[in-house]
Design a protein around this ligand. Structure first.
Ligand SMILES: [Zn+2]
Length: 241
């Protein structure tokens, strides 16, 4: 039984080390995913700003064209007024010109306001574009790092896999299944030490009888609280875990 327990503890040790590597390995794709999300968000902001810019630009162009047409018409009327010999016609024309000048002035102000808005949108567009470029550069680097690290880490994991195989072969199949089941259910930790009468997996104090059985180390006992397999580390003995 001591050999089985020792083998289980070795297997647990390899599995915990492997779990750490797997955790590290999984942070790399997470960084890439995070950057991809950021990129998508900035691209959608850029698209919205572009649409808004286009709308303002179209409106500004339309109003500007109308302003130019009206301005031409005003000039024509002013020429006619200068050439007019008829006093009644001249005064009617002068009133018309005044009214249209006011309208055209308002139109010109609107065009200027739209130009200012357009400038602002243009500035946001430039800023989004440079943010996107930054993210794309980071993403390309992170993808390269990720690929390289993943290669390294997968190699390490492969070494652990072959390491654990020697312990797996030494353990009876039903025990191995039990170990794997507890490991899955308990965050990777299936074999724990009993210290000062307590399970170090869940801190539950064991009944004295169970504690004594674990101390003897002649059978494989389970913690009633967390179902993990228990062992006792003898004083002065080399720690296997
Ligand atoms: Zn426990």
């Amino acid at each position: 039984m001591r050999e089985v327990l020792s083998c289980l503890r070795q297997l647990q040790k390899v599995d915990l080390e492997m779990l750490e590597i797997v955790k590290i390995r999984d942070t790399f794709p997470a960084k890439v995913r995070d950057l991809e999300k950021q990129l998508a968000s900035e691209q959608s902001k850029l698209a919205k700003t572009q649409a808004s810019f286009d709308t303002i630009h179209d409106e500004r162009t339309e109003k500007h064209n109308k302003f130019k047409e009206d301005d031409e018409r005003l000039k024509k009327w002013e020429r006619r007024l200068n050439e007019s010999k008829n006093a009644r016609e001249a005064s009617a024309l002068a009133r018309e010109i005044d009214a249209h000048k006011r309208l055209n002035q308002e139109l010109e102000e609107e065009v200027l306001k739209l130009m200012e808005q357009e400038e602002l949108e243009k500035a946001s567009l430039t800023s989004f574009e440079s943010t996107i470029q930054e993210i794309e550069e980071k993403l390309a680097k992170e993808r390269a790092v990720c690929e390289e690290k993943l290669g390294d880490l997968n190699q390490q994991i492969a070494v652990f896999e072959s390491d654990r195989q020697q312990y797996v072969e030494q353990l009876p199949k039903p025990l191995l299944r039990r170990y794997e089941g507890v490991k899955r259910a308990r965050g990777g930790l299936a074999v724990v030490e009993v210290r000062n009468g307590c399970c170090t997996g869940c801190n539950m104090r064991l009944r004295p009888q169970l504690h004594n059985t674990v101390l003897k180390g002649k059978s494989l006992e389970t913690c009633p609280g967390c179902k993990r397999m228990l062992y006792h580390q003898e004083e002065g003995a080399a720690d296997a875990s």
